[in-house]
Design a protein around this ligand. Structure first.
Ligand SMILES: Nc1nc2c(ncn2[C@@H]2O[C@H](COP(=O)(O)OP(=O)(O)OP(=O)(O)O)[C@@H](O)[C@H]2O)c(=O)[nH]1
Ligand SMILES: [Mg+2]
Length: 420
């Protein structure tokens, strides 16, 4: 099965907790702090793999988690870092996070960091200063990042064979490459794209056989636009037309139907170089139809082939190779259309809002992270926490918003009672 679009949920490893401990040795009166730091949580990466062609295996495992870091120990022992997780994906996969393009993996071995593991909490040895020699402070490990990721394959083929169902696209790809897709005389034989490598006189290119497009595809008819996104990356389109007509319509009419659908899909697709090909010329009495078609389409060169007997294919391949040698590598406008511009927004250190009477919510990644990493069971850690919040100006802000003694302050998953 060919799966070309999936969602996965990724959770990076959590950092290990820092340790609170003091050196205790016989006859050594004031042993210093020696709690080690927690290890960092493992990251999750995607890596391009030329052997993979589908996202099928990932669809069975929609959730991935990297290893957590281990906790720090006494005697300044640092916790072990969690192992990174590397997920292999096919080349040509786009990685989206919240609708924004994060990466476009095109090269085998190319690695993209998607979610970062949490930092290990510092142990109390790290909090020692000249005037605070025995701190009882250690941080908890930071939570690993998590994200819902949408993966989408867009084949990186040089040429795509498009056309109505039954036009002979699969027959053609099976003639010119080693792929052997299903071929039959009924529409929608091909349900997913087939990729094949074509060797023409020592020159290689990748061709894709795209499932048939019918009138109304843009409204979801037939297989709809499901696979048209694969065309976006091809440099040349080969539009195959059955010279005998299809669905009771003449070849030229059919040609216009497909063209119209492509135009409706994207205004950039029609700007690609299209090679028009009439297929099945081995049928008897096709001359009349060929003449008629050429009369209607005066502006363009028309190729005539028989995908079954091989007639005319040589000239077609020659033309494809010639077009591919054109230096235009991609349509810049289209790349801009596909890749959304990243938006950078300024985020204040915190934001206070009143949830309801007497309940204040504080949001902001810095404050939330600090809250999560604090060990509230230690008085000293709690004091450090309060000091940092004070320095940030949170208390002033809360007072400005009218907080009273006994009101609730909510930060992330924690709730505190405000005391004057
Ligand atoms: N006589 C003749 N028949 C052909 C030729 N090319 C294809 N056919 C036949 O036309 C039918 C459809 O061919 P396919 O290659 O499956 O067509 P397709 O465009 O891939 O169709 P879909 O996958 O449904 O979109 C099959 O029965 C083929 O044998 C040709 O050049 N001459
Ligand atoms: Mg087919």
């Amino acid at each position: 099965m060919f799966i070309d679009k999936i969602d996965v949920f990724l959770v990076a490893g959590r950092g290990g907790d820092g340790c609170i401990s003091f050196r205790r040795e016989k006859y050594v009166p004031y042993g210093g702090p020696n709690g080690g730091n927690g290890g960092n949580g493992g990251n999750i990466y995607f890596e391009g793999d030329s052997c993979k062609t589908t996202l099928l295996d990932l669809s069975y495992m929609p959730k991935f988690k990297a290893e957590d870091g281990e906790n720090g120990l006494s005697s300044n022992k640092f916790g072990k870092s969690g192992q990174d997780l590397v997920i292999k994906i096919p080349l040509g996969t786009l990685v989206f996070k919240k609708g924004e393009l994060l990466a476009d993996v095109k090269i085998a071995g190319e690695r993209v960091l998607v979610v970062k593991g949490g930092r290990g909490g510092r142990g109390n040895a790290s909090f020692k200063t000249s005037n605070h020699t025995a701190p009882r402070i250690a941080e908890k490990g930071e939570r690993g990042e998590s994200a819902e990721i949408n993966l989408e394959i867009r084949l990186i083929a040089d040429v795509s064979f498009v056309g109505l169902p039954n036009a002979g696209k699969s027959t053609l790809i099976s003639q010119v490459s080693a792929v052997k897709p299903k071929i039959a005389s009924y529409p929608f034989t091909t349900l997913y794209p087939n990729l094949g490598v074509v060797n023409y006189k020592g020159k290689h290119f990748v061709a894709a056989d795209i499932p048939g497009i019918i009138e109304g595809a843009h409204k979801g008819k037939g297989l709809g636009f499901e696979f048209l996104r694969h065309i976006q990356r091809t440099r040349v389109l080969v539009h195959l037309i059955d010279i005998n007509g299809f669905d009771g319509k003449e070849p030229y009419e059919n040609y216009k139907i497909v063209n119209n659908e492509l135009k409706k899909y994207s205004k950039y697709i029609v700007k690609k170089h299209v090679i028009v090909v009439l297929n099945k010329i081995d049928f008897s009495q096709t001359q009349k139809n060929i003449k008629k078609f050429k009369k209607c389409l005066k502006t363009q060169k028309v190729f005539e082939i028989s995908a079954i007997t091989g007639e005319g294919i040589d000239a077609l391949l020659k033309e494809i190779v010639k077009e591919l040698e054109n230096p235009i590598i991609f349509n810049q406008e289209e790349e801009i259309e596909i890749i959304p511009v990243k938006k950078y927004t300024y985020e204040p250190e915190f934001k206070v809002s009143v949830v309801k009477n007497g309940v204040f919510e504080v949001m902001g990644s810095k404050v939330e992270k600090l809250t999560e990493m604090t060990k509230f069971s230690e008085d000293e850690a709690l004091r450090r926490y309060q000091n940092i919040l004070k320095k940030m100006g949170l208390e002033i802000e809360l007072k400005k918003m009218g907080i009273k003694h006994g009101d609730i302050v909510r930060i992330g998953d924690f709730e505190f009672t405000f005391k004057k």
